[in-house]
Design a protein around this ligand. Structure first.
Ligand SMILES: C[S@@+](CC[C@H](N)C(=O)[O-])C[C@H]1O[C@@H](n2cnc3c(N)ncnc32)[C@H](O)[C@@H]1O
Ligand SMILES: [Zn+2]
Ligand SMILES: [Zn+2]
Length: 680
């Protein structure tokens, strides 16, 4: 749907317009929004199949190549040839990947050193054979140490490894001083994955005695004879009640918090068993021989980190058992020497550091599917009283996120990338923001680390700025990446912007950008810089989703102040509905794609969201249509617009209605949300 508007300012001399000029159009008009949304949904359910390189490093709230690739294609149809595409909030790198896969040149920048390192390694992945060779080199070097750290014998006598070591937290009651195991549930773990239908399990009574039982039957504790209900939970709302009757918050026990090994998950080529550890296994896990040497630095105060500090974690290394730290340090050292080719070393180091997201005192155990969860899954740190230490290397096909599995995924990613590009890309970076903006024809990809208030690009060079700014306060990237940055620093002391000043994320705990207008002012400086880099015929396109009228007003104000003008917008399926559902916040299931050009062009034929009669007209869709109407005035916002935005948006039913009503999209999606929320 399109509408003509008059130009907002006089055209500058550099972009003359004449009566015979076609009106300016938005590439978003060329999107097949139904197809794109369906593809985005499929992709977000199975990212590592659709876009294998995203497994190279962890990032939060990744977009999809379905949406961004389609935008690039639509733009390319309007402006043929090889494009320079810039993403100044590049994060997980989906936009750069979509662009290089189509043969375009890419400028990628992020404030945070972890994604900057990740982008460089991912986009610069060497030929798969080189990675395969490096992986087998590391395997040969580490083999004996892995055996010493995790080698064991299964009950049937076969040799295997301990792939997970499960610990329960213990703490002293603040009433009577008695120390107790703080199992979160009566059902501690199944012994065989749930889909087998086998009910054999490990259960615990309220006092912490662990015993074999059936998951579908009540049973008396063999030690204290109390009747145990398999569905019972012992730490509701992070509290625990002692036999003496005193209820403590778990945080009240932070000072006396300790860990005790209760189960191991062993695997060999043929079998797997979740069992009580042998003395030898306990000894191996707790041996004084593990002497990690590196300090990972303090856990800074913050919105997400507060759950860690409240429960007694002070430094990043406190999240890791000594054996895990020791093995991580060893493997980092080997990775740094595994090849002469810097792109191989970079990728291998990333695989090792990435495995640190399975922190042995913070990863939860999935007691039904017998696997561990990332410590920062669902956009937060997951405190647990039943934590899983991984086998860092990973044994015989078991274990998520292990170094072995990550190295194998790198090989697949490299093969995928080479299949798309036909060669190794010339990747420059990570540069710092004060690097000179040298010639732009000497690289396929330039990666820059630092705030995009300054971009290492000449003026008038970019065809398409395609990006995805932080959504106000939705995801605390700097906090969540803390442990990964701490490990990455060991591999690369050059990681520079450790203070992360200039993060465009509002954080109520640290006070970052909480002052009136601060988020808007920072976004405004970045958009203005992006405008500087744009060619006169270039476009800035980005996605945004938020329930906060303040966030939308800030975005509009920032765009207008930067000298940009709206040409179109479109509503597309949002890629992270499941992420948000896991977090339990009121989800946004749709995104608005916004398209702008530098002010001063001639007549514009604006594109409005397609009417989409075949998609349910939910409150959220209605809300975004209202936002879209307001957005289309950017470049020509009249006095009083800000008040109007606040008033209209805050009164809208999507914002004003209670969570359970608004979270629902379609019955199917709602059911899916509930399922993933349950699993989380
Ligand atoms: C929504 S995420 C981008 C996600 C990315 N599109 C993807 O698919 O993975 C926003 C990113 O902006 C980065 N960021 C925040 N403030 C920034 C700044 N001032 N300059 C550059 N990047 C910044 C964050 O570190 C984060 O990675
Ligand atoms: Zn007590
Ligand atoms: Zn008991």
């Amino acid at each position: 749907m399109t509408a003509m508007t008059a130009p907002t300012t006089d055209p500058p001399p550099s972009a003359p317009s004449s009566p015979q000029d076609e009106p300016l159009r938005s590439p978003l008009g060329g999107l097949d929004y139904l197809k794109v949304s369906a593809e985005a949904r499929a992709e977000s359910r199975n990212r590592e199949i659709h876009l294998p390189p995203v497994s190279t490093y962890r990032w939060w709230a990744r977009r999809t190549s379905a949406v961004n690739g389609a935008v690039i294609d639509a733009f390319n149809a309007m402006m043929p040839g090889r494009l320079l595409v810039a993403d100044m909030f590049a994060g997980g790198g989906v936009i750069p990947l979509a662009a290089v896969a189509r043969g375009h040149q890419v400028y990628a920048q992020d404030l945070n050193p972890w994604p900057a390192a990740g982008l460089t390694a991912m986009l610069g992945l060497p030929a798969p054979d080189k990675l395969r060779e490096a992986a087998s080199t590391i395997e040969q070097w580490i083999h004996t140490e892995v055996e010493a750290a995790y080698g064991t014998t299964l009950t049937d006598g076969t040799r295997g490894v301990v792939s997970h070591t499960i610990r329960v937290a213990t703490g002293e009651c603040t009433g009577c001083g008695r120390r107790a195991r703080m199992f979160p549930h009566a059902l501690v773990s199944l012994r065989v994955r749930k889909e087998s239908g086998n009910p054999q399990a490990w259960m615990a009574c309220r006092r912490g005695h662990l015993f074999p039982a059936m998951s579908d039957k009540r049973r008396r504790c063999p030690t204290c004879h109390v009747l145990v209900e398999p569905a019972a939970t012992y730490t509701p709302m992070r509290t625990i009640t002692c036999e003496c009757g005193k209820t403590d918050r778990l945080a009240d026990r932070a000072r006396t918090w300790q860990w005790e090994i209760v189960l191991v998950d062993r695997s060999s080529r043929t079998t797997r068993e979740v069992d009580i550890p042998t003395d030898a296994e306990r000894e191996k896990a707790e041996s004084g021989g593990w002497q990690p040497v590196h300090d990972l630095g303090p856990i800074p105060p913050g919105q997400e980190t507060s759950v860690l500090t409240r429960h007694g974690f002070r430094r990043w290394q406190d999240l890791y058992p000594d054996r895990q730290r020791h093995m991580l340090e060893r493997m980092l050292d080997l990775a740094s020497r595994c090849s002469k080719d810097p792109s191989v070393v970079r990728a291998a180091e990333l695989a090792v550091v990435g495995s640190a997201e399975m922190a042995g005192y913070l990863s939860r155990w999935d007691r039904f599917y017998l696997k561990s969860f990332e410590s920062m899954a669902g956009h937060r740190f997951n405190l647990t009283t039943l934590a899983v230490e991984p086998n860092v290397w990973g044994g015989v096909g078991r274990g998520r996120g292990t170094v072995l599995r990550r190295l194998n995924q790198l090989v697949k990613s490299a093969a995928w990338l080479q299949g798309k590009t036909g060669r190794e890309l010339l990747v420059q970076g990570p540069l710092t923001t004060n690097a000179p903006a040298t010639a732009i024809n000497e690289w396929d990809v330039r990666v820059v680390e630092g705030s995009s208030e300054h971009m290492v690009l000449p003026s008038n060079s970019v065809h398409l700025v395609l990006t995805d700014p932080p959504y106000h306060d939705d995801v605390q990237y700097a906090e969540l990446s803390g442990p990964l940055r701490a490990w990455a620093r060991l591999a690369n002391e050059k990681l520079t912007n450790e203070a992360l000043t200039g993060e465009a994320v509002v954080n109520s705990a640290t006070g970052q950008l909480t002052d009136d207008g601060a988020y808007e002012a920072l976004l405004g400086r970045i958009f203005k810089e992006a405008r500087r880099t744009l060619r006169p015929d270039g476009h800035l396109i980005f996605s945004y989703a938020n329930r906060s009228p303040r966030a939308w007003a800030a975005v509009f104000g920032a765009l207008q102040a930067a000298g940009l003008r709206a040409v179109g917008c479109e509503i597309v399926h949002s890629e992270n509905e499941t992420d948000h559902a896991k977090r339990g916040v009121r989800a946004c299931t749709l995104d608005l794609m916004l398209d702008l050009v530098p002010t001063g062009h001639s007549a514009v034929e604006q594109h409005r969201p397609h009417p989409a009669p075949d998609i349910p007209l939910t409150d959220e869709r209605r809300f975004l249509s209202v936002v879209a109407d307001m957005f289309l005035q950017v470049g020509d916002l009249k006095d009083g617009w800000r008040l109007q935005v606040h008033k209209t948006l805050s009164e809208h039913p999507f914002i004003a209605a209670p969570a359970d009503r608004t979270a629902k999209t379609t019955p199917k999606a709602a059911e899916k949300d509930r399922t993933s929320a349950r699993r989380a």
